[in-house]
Design a protein. Sequence first.
Length: 271
Amino acid sequence: MTSSVSEERYQTPDVPRDDRQIRVGSLLFTMVEPHKGHEVAYNRWYERDHFYAGCMIGAWQFGGARYVATKECKHRRYPKGSPITPDPMVGSYLAVYWVLDGHHDDWNKWGVEQVNWLHANDRMFNERDHIHTALYEYAGEVNAPGSSMPVELALDRAYAGMIVLIGEMADGKGAADVTEWFHGLPCPTDVALIGTPLPLRGDRPSDVPDTQADNRVLIMAWTLDDPIEVFDAKFAALGDAFSKAGLGEIVFASPFRSTVPGTDTYTDELW
């Protein structure tokens, strides 16, 4: 019997992006701060209702995961006076969602309509603030030496957490330059994604401010090891390295732990 295309394609674990049938095209990055005294209820609402109703049940959405910045994580954030988190102790919860390549506009239209419907039907959580809710387009990915992990699976794997860097690129620099630089480190975590900004829709809910800048670049790096230890060892100095490489400046850097679904874990460690 002749082998199928799929049987041939997956003989190797390292499938090039162009040959992948499921590809990340864009993503939603939403960093939110629950109001003090409401963090436990917020965590439960988000994981049991909004994670699904606001995103995962939608067309063209194929992955999602949640992360938390404990006070230990926040104490490591840099730079001071970040435009993303002027107060480094806010931005406790982060959710990331994958959108199928080629379907960003369809997904975005559904997402805004759905969340507006949730607002109208009293399914939202008032005691929280959006810190940095933004859309990013896939611009590249980098693997650690020996890793063949496709970034499409990063939100499904039980990583200990991830590190987030947001940079503002110098004139004449682009995401390809950042990807090349990050690849040359070599990659300090199992797999990383590089993204560039996409605009928010004008009909989005009024409680979602536009905090984006056009020259930004996002790096998300997933790690099997303790994200705080990885941050201290491999990311604490990357802000200076980014600048010395002539790429611009890092305006936000932070480790995040993976949440533990179905539990209140970390809700007492936010501040």
